[in-house]
Design a protein around this ligand. Sequence first.
Ligand SMILES: N[C@@H](CCC(=O)N[C@@H](CS)C(=O)NCC(=O)O)C(=O)O
Length: 258
Amino acid sequence: MHELLQFRHSPYNEKVRWVLDLKRIEHRRRSLLPGPHLPVVRRLTGRSQTPVLVHGGVATDGSAEIVAWLDAGNAVPALMPADRVQRDEVLRIQRWFDDDLTPRIRRPILAALLANPRYFARVFGEALSPIAQAAYALVVPLAGPVIRKGNGITDDAAVNDGLLAAQEALNFVAERSIATGYLVAASLTLADITAAATLATLVRPADSPMACPQPVGPAFLELMERFRAHPGAAWVRSIYAKHRLAKRDFEGPSGAQY
Ligand SMILES: N[C@@H](CCC(=O)N[C@@H](CS)C(=O)NCC(=O)O)C(=O)O
């Protein structure tokens, strides 16, 4: 049995969850909280980042590595096009999002969430009891400086650069999907999953594992509103409606809360 150690609100974790769900790979999930996750993840990988997939006592981190490994062992449905040029393009888009756009886009998102520790605790601690969520909300302001530093939230310019990256990513998916509805081929590939999982952290498609706990905190609502009417946001919602079969996240064995 695979175990995914995850953050609930995270583009890289959502990418891996999506692939696990799409390929119907049996697994359990354990949600960690930013801050308290550090000793747990360090013990497994020697680093700090989620997602971490544990299988047969071996822990793997890095969403691209995890997805490539899952794809190699579970061919159906295919995530990569048969055509070599298109395959290279899928990997290029994944790298562009993973290494450049996504880390920038998450800065304004985390800044908005950190502005309201109780809402931050609800987003990341959705599976916790109300008392445990309230306790985590007290810890969030203490973990805040570490989270800001780790995500490059140094000043307003860093946050504004993230807004530009969001605009760039939304423009890209809107333009690229005009011909076929997809970014590279005439059907869903890892490029669509990577881009949609990143942008879902802003768009928060309803009825999906990335839907927001309600009511949404004011700073985060303002951020979401900024991009709601963008054609790229409409693309994210439509890809989620067509291809993100799971309606919500779950803890424990797979299928428990579909
Ligand atoms: N390149 C990595 C990035 C993973 C990443 O940045 N994960 C973030 C959550 S979005 C994380 O776990 N941050 C906590 C930390 O680094 O301590 C991947 O593709 O998995």
